[in-house]
Design a protein around this ligand. Structure first.
Ligand SMILES: Cc1cc2nc3c(=O)[nH]c(=O)nc-3n(C[C@H](O)[C@H](O)[C@H](O)COP(=O)(O)OP(=O)(O)OC[C@H]3O[C@@H](n4cnc5c(N)ncnc54)[C@H](O)[C@@H]3O)c2cc1C
Length: 284
């Protein structure tokens, strides 16, 4: 079988999706798309599905039932330029292959993340890891940015001075701040990319990594649009309920009023609608 390419993905190959003040993410290469997911699934389900509609149904079935390995047949390779503090959060995702710019081998560039004024917030009181919605006065915002830039300048000037004195690059760099930009190649399969996106597009993730996750979501949509739509429906915009939460929902719902006809009005049809009714019947 010939290599699967997707015109939408070919169009964005190598295109930089700008992120933050000096970063980007770009798709360097990819392998497979929706067809490769279907092709792999047919190995386990036989040659049952043929038409585009059936392919879509199959991909959505796989996503709904967490039959994840067919999604691993699609690979995406990104080139990312990102601040080191974003890279520290990102690297916790262990299922990717990474190759990063070496500060031992090369001179680190004089490029730092400086937040936009609008991204400067007070500490959230309800979420210990987040920012609050409250407005920071303009003079304080300006002062914060001034302090960030001043210490970036100072630490880079020290770095340069050490390099000029022939101090080893691996040592001269150790005081450079987390706001410095680094670069890496990051390769991952679609299943694990969806997991990364689900965690890092979420409002609980830090704004700066969310910017990258949003850009990569756009890229993934071009590579495998049907799989992405299923991801959006069943993972990204779905909610998980605990046993007690379900108890509350069940007590407040008249499940008997929900029929195939009602579901059709919301676009839920066929097997997906039947599965939903089956789930509802378990809510007792
Ligand atoms: C909003 C947010 C806040 C966070 N805050 C913190 C924090 O304060 N401190 C902190 O340390 N981390 C924090 N993290 C990181 C978080 O704990 C995870 O390390 C990170 O999200 C990667 O998730 P993962 O392990 O599921 O992903 P991956 O590493 O991509 O792994 C994908 C999946 O593969 C499986 N897997 C991979 N490796 C193993 C393994 N060795 N053993 C078993 N299963 C494996 C697991 O099922 C895992 O879910 C935070 C993450 C988020 C999104």
């Amino acid at each position: 079988m010939a290599r699967t390419t997707n015109p939408e993905a070919e169009n964005i190959l190598d295109k930089e999706f700008k992120c933050l003040n000096a970063g980007f993410v770009r798709l360097v290469d990819y392998m497979g798309g929706d067809e490769s997911i279907v092709q792999a699934a047919r190995v386990s389900y036989g040659r049952g599905t043929k038409s585009v509609n059936e392919d879509r149904g199959l991909i959505r079935y796989l996503m709904r039932h967490m039959h994840t390995t067919p999604f691993e047949m699609v690979e995406l390779k990104f080139h990312v330029k990102l601040p080191i503090f974003v890279a520290r959060q990102w690297i916790r995702h262990r299922t990717a292959n990474v190759n990063e710019y070496s500060g031992r081998y090369s001179i680190m560039n004089d490029e730092f993340y400086v937040p936009e004024e609008a991204a400067v917030h007070f500490q959230s009181l309800s979420n210990r890891q987040g920012r609050s919605e409250g407005e920071v006065p303009a003079d304080l915002r300006a002062k914060v940015l001034e302090m960030l830039v001043a210490s970036q300048r100072r630490s880079y000037a020290d770095y340069e001075q050490m390099l000029e004195s022939d101090i080893a690059r691996e040592l001269a760099r150790i005081n450079l701040p987390l706001s410095l930009y680094t670069e890496w190649y990051w390769k991952i399969d679609l299943h694990n990319l969806f997991h990364f996106l689900q965690l890092r597009m979420d409002v609980h993730a830090q704004y700066e990594i969310r910017v990258y996750a949003d850009a990569m979501s756009e890229i993934a949509k071009k590579v495998a649009p049907i799989a992405w739509e299923a991801f959006d429906d069943y993972l990204l915009r779905s909610e998980k309920f605990s046993r007690l939460e379900l108890k509350v929902i069940t007590a407040s719902l008249d499940v008997s009023r929900i029929t195939m006809e009602t579901l059709g009005q919301f676009g839920l049809k066929g097997r997906e609608a039947e599965e939903f009714l089956e789930k509802l019947s378990k809510l007792k």
